[in-house]
Design a protein. Structure first.
Length: 94
C-alpha cells in the first residue's frame, strides 16, 4: 500500500518529548491514537472539535500533486495573528 505521507516527510518521526507546548500534548496523543501504524491519520477521522482549546495553534494542510504543494484547510487564529495573515485556503507555494 503506498504511503499517504508526502515524500518530503518520509522518515520524520516525533515523540511526546518533541512537543514544545504542554497543552499540545493532548493534540499529539489524539493524533497518534487516530493514525495507529499509519504515518498520518485519515483526514475524515480527525475531528478538530476534539482539540478545540488548541485550534488556534493548529494548521491542517491538504497534500496536492503527490506532495509538490499543499493547501491550508485550517490555519489557526493564533498562527494567523503571529504571521499577521490568515493562510486558510491558500497554497504553501503562494
Amino acid at each position: 500500500m503506498p504511503s499517504r505521507l508526502s515524500p518530503r516527510l518520509e522518515g520524520v518521526r516525533m515523540s511526546p518529548e518533541d512537543v514544545a507546548r504542554p497543552h499540545l500534548c493532548e493534540v499529539f496523543a489524539y493524533w497518534n491514537a487516530l493514525r495507529g501504524d499509519e504515518p498520518v491519520p485519515r483526514r475524515d477521522a480527525f475531528d478538530p472539535i476534539r482539540v478545540k482549546p488548541s485550534l488556534g495553534l493548529i494548521s491542517i494542510a491538504e497534500v496536492l500533486r503527490g506532495g509538490e504543494d499543499f493547501r491550508y484547510l485550517l490555519y489557526g487564529s493564533e498562527l494567523a495573528r503571529v504571521q499577521d495573515q490568515d493562510f486558510t485556503g491558500r497554497l504553501v507555494s503562494e
